[in-house]
Design a binder for this molecule. Structure first.
Ligand code: AMP
Ligand code: ZN
Length: 114
C-alpha cells in the first residue's frame, strides 16, 4: 500500500514523532492534535479499517489497546482519564484508511462526541 500515508510512516518514507515501535505496531504523535496528548497507534500490517480485520488477526487489536494504556500511564494521564477512539468508515469521520486508534487525554472530554 505505497500510497497509504501511515504505511509511509511505518516505512520511514514520511517523518513522524514516533513514541513506540515494535515488530507489530507503531505509535506516533498526531500531526493535528485535538488534546494535549494525542497519539495514533497503528498495526504495521495494512488494514483499511476495523471492518477488514480478519478474525485470525484479532490479537493485533488487544496489542494496540494495551499499548495505548501503557502510553497513557507513561504520559501521566491514566488516573485522570483518557479516551481511545477508533473511527471506522465514512460516517465516523475516518479520513486515513489504515486502521488507527486515537489516544486522547490531558483535558476534560465532553460527551456525546460530535
Ligand atoms: P481519522 O479521521 O480517524 O482517519 O484520523 C486521521 C488522523 O491522522 C487525524 O487526526 C490527522 O491529524 C492524523 N494525521 C494525518 N496525517 C498525519 C501524519 N502525516 N502524521 C501524523 N498524523 C497524521
Ligand atoms: Zn497503510
Amino acid at each position: 500500500m505505497e500510497e497509504c500515508i501511515f504505511c509511509k510512516i511505518i516505512n520511514k518514507d514520511l517523518p513522524a514523532s514516533v513514541i513506540y515501535e515494535d515488530e507489530r505496531m507503531i505509535a506516533f504523535d498526531d500531526i493535528n492534535p485535538q488534546a494535549p496528548v494525542h497519539v495514533l497507534l497503528i498495526p504495521k500490517e495494512h488494514f483499511p479499517s476495523l471492518n477488514e480485520i480478519p478474525e485470525e488477526k484479532k490479537d493485533v487489536l488487544s496489542h494496540l489497546l494495551i499499548k495505548a494504556r501503557e502510553i497513557a500511564q507513561e504520559k501521566g494521564i491514566a488516573g485522570r482519564g483518557y479516551r481511545i477512539v477508533l473511527n471506522t468508515a465514512r460516517e465516523s469521520g475516518q479520513d486515513v484508511l489504515h486502521i488507527h486508534f486515537h489516544l486522547l487525554g490531558g483535558r476534560q472530554m465532553t460527551w456525546p462526541p460530535g
